[in-house]
Unconditional design. Structure first.
Length: 123
């Protein structure tokens, strides 16, 4: 396990500077370490909103970036909103949902992602 604190800055076209302090934790890929996920969503509603975690949502707020969603690390086609809605939620919808912001800084394309688990209650 390696820890490192990174300070990142990003300047937008509107000349606004975004500064982020991020803790990077390197973990083994297998078995999957659920401690790296943002807060779990545990719900029994028919329609459930999965919000993109704030660090990624804030990066993608200018509109020039591309936001994409994944379920269990497989792309979800045509989903780019900051809240992913699961309609008619069932146990089949349980899994790890990841939002990925693709953005550019000084000509380099970068990706920032964050994940959370969805657990369906009582169905």
């Amino acid at each position: 396990l390696v820890h490192c604190i990174c300070l990142c800055s990003r300047r937008t076209a509107a000349d606004t500077c975004h500064i982020f302090v991020t803790e990077v934790i390197v973990v083994k890929a297998q078995p999957f370490d659920h401690s790296v996920l943002f807060n779990e969503i545990s719900d029994s509603a028919d329609n459930i909103a999965i919000p993109c975690p704030d660090p990624v949502k804030k990066l993608c707020q200018d509109g020039k970036e591309n936001l994409a969603w994944y379920k269990n690390f497989t792309p979800i086609v045509n989903e780019s909103a900051k809240n992913l809605w699961v309609y008619g939620a069932s146990k089949a919808d349980e899994g790890i949902y990841t939002c990925v912001c693709t953005w550019e800084h000084n000509g380099t394309v970068l990706k920032t992602s964050a994940s959370r688990r969805l657990k369906i209650q009582g169905k």
